[in-house]
Design a binder for this molecule. Structure first.
Ligand SMILES: [Zn+2]
Length: 457
């Protein structure tokens, strides 16, 4: 398995089998949300355990936690005592399909799609994250189940809905001990652009409420003097951004983004923003989306337009979603927003501000041997230098795993791409990305094992 073209050819020989396994897996509606049957989740679990056994993974366990679909844990010992151990993560549960009438083919019937570069397959979860489960499996097949590194496999069954597994790894740290991890639950900035995701923004929620009157009062008789709760709330929300649309809450970290980012046209396309509308904020897109804060008003309780009475509104409430710099402390970031709101008192009316959930961000350190190996591997797979990006979405488990193995390098790459329609109708994956991801995973373990030995670790 040494020369590059041997690897490419070996992956090509396996692609038909990998594709049909991906189709089998994607035909199982393994949705681990409340209200969906548990049977298909178990079925996907069993299929994967069978595939792992077939490729020669002898030690396979299931981690059972309360209110959590089973986690598949597999282990291949290092081939030599000086070989590193790599943890491979992905998840086999999927988002619910949503409104099936918006799908061009039934969500759990994998269907070919035509697209530049050889096309792909459409189905719920076929990119997120079953493509990456199959990519890990592909790497193991290429090496006949005996890769040049020790392997720990973590295939989660309830990532999309969330589960107590996020916090579990630090409580069983020995099990997750490794030198590097490949968290394959994402993919490329665009098809054909090999991408390492090095940062994830943190998230926090805050609810803000205003009560001004006991009940609605006639707007003709009282409007003009009686304090309107909705007006108070809107005045408060209007202070969160400056005239350019940049976040105007003091202390939220905003730094230059030094990696790659979308072009403005790509971003407009992905977000569905037409050319006649401006984008919000100033500075580069990387800074606005990844290394700076964002505040989104995600809900407002107020009378609806159809049900509107001519009355001063006595009560209004809004929920805010804050995204912040990967390295900012979540409670600190949340507290900055809470303090900003509490200090406002629009028209002299105090606001009731309640902090909600927080989730930490993540920033990878990129200077170690695993990153070196990954850069070489991605270049070999896609034929061009790897880009560094961040993402606004968070992967809570990354922090749990990083706490369990604090010295391990964390690599985030995979077979998805930003045009995959993740969590949306008509999700799809491209064969070209799946194939290149298998090549990249193989080249990564080969390079990493060689570098590790070379370093005499
Ligand atoms: Zn996912």
């Amino acid at each position: 398995m040494d020369p590059d073209n041997d690897l490419q050819a070996a992956v090509d020989r396996l692609m038909d089998g990998l594709t049909s396994d991906l189709e089998r897996l994607a035909a199982i509606p393994s949705v681990a949300f409340p209200g969906f049957p548990a049977g298909p989740v178990q079925e996907a679990h069993d299929l994967l355990v069978g595939l792992l056994r077939e490729v020669g993974v002898e030690r396979i366990e299931r981690i059972d936690l309360p209110d959590t679909a089973p986690v598949i844990f597999g282990e291949i010992p290092p081939p030599t005592p000086d070989a590193p151990t790599v943890l491979l993560y992905s998840h086999y549960d999927v988002q619910p399909p949503g409104d099936e009438s918006l799908w061009r083919s039934p969500p759990f019937e994998p269907t070919p799609v035509e697209e530049a570069g050889g096309g792909g397959l459409r189905a719920r979860g076929i990119a997120d994250d079953k493509s990456n489960v199959i990519a890990h499996l592909g790497m193991l097949r290429v090496f006949g189940g005996r890769p040049p590194v020790g392997v720990k496999i973590v295939f989660e069954g309830q990532e999309e809905y969330g589960s107590p597994f996020d916090g579990y790894p630090p409580t069983d740290a020995e099990r997750f001990a490794c030198d590097a991890m490949v968290i394959a639950d994402l993919g490329n900035l665009r098809p054909g652009t090999p991408t390492l995701t090095t940062g994830l923004r943190g998230a926090a929620e805050v609810t803000v409420e205003v009560r001004t009157l006991q009940e609605p009062r006639h707007s003709g008789e009282f409007g003009g003097a009686a304090p309107d709760a909705l007006l108070v709330l809107l005045k408060a929300l209007a202070t969160l951004h400056d005239v350019h649309g940049d976040v105007a809450v003091d202390g939220l970290r905003r730094e230059q983004w030094t990696g790659t980012s979308y072009t403005e046209d790509e971003f407009r396309d992905l977000a569905g923003v037409t050319d006649d509308l401006p984008l919000l904020g100033s500075g580069t897109l990387g800074e606005r989306l990844w290394s700076g804060p964002a505040i989104t008003v995600i809900g407002i309780d107020a009378p609806t337009v159809d049900g509107a009475a001519s009355a001063v509104v006595p009560y209004a409430r809004a929920k805010l979603n804050l995204r912040f710099h990967p390295k900012q402390d979540p409670v600190e970031a949340q507290e900055l927003l809470v303090r900003h709101l509490r200090a406002l008192k629009p028209f002299g009316v105090p606001l009731t501000v309640t902090p909600g959930d927080t989730g930490p961000g993540y920033e990878a350190s990129t200077g170690g041997p695993a990153y070196r190996a990954a850069r070489t591997a991605l270049k070999e797979a896609w034929g061009t230098e790897a880009s560094y990006v961040a993402t606004g979405g968070s992967i809570p488990l990354v922090n749990g795993l990083a706490q369990a193995a604090p010295d391990a390098e964390v690599l985030l790459f995979g077979a998805q791409d930003s045009m995959c329609n993740l969590h949306a109708p008509n999700e799809r994956v491209l064969f070209s990305e799946l194939r290149a991801t298998v090549v990249a995973m193989c080249a990564f373990v080969r390079e990493y094992a060689a570098d590790f030995k070379g370093a005499g670790s």
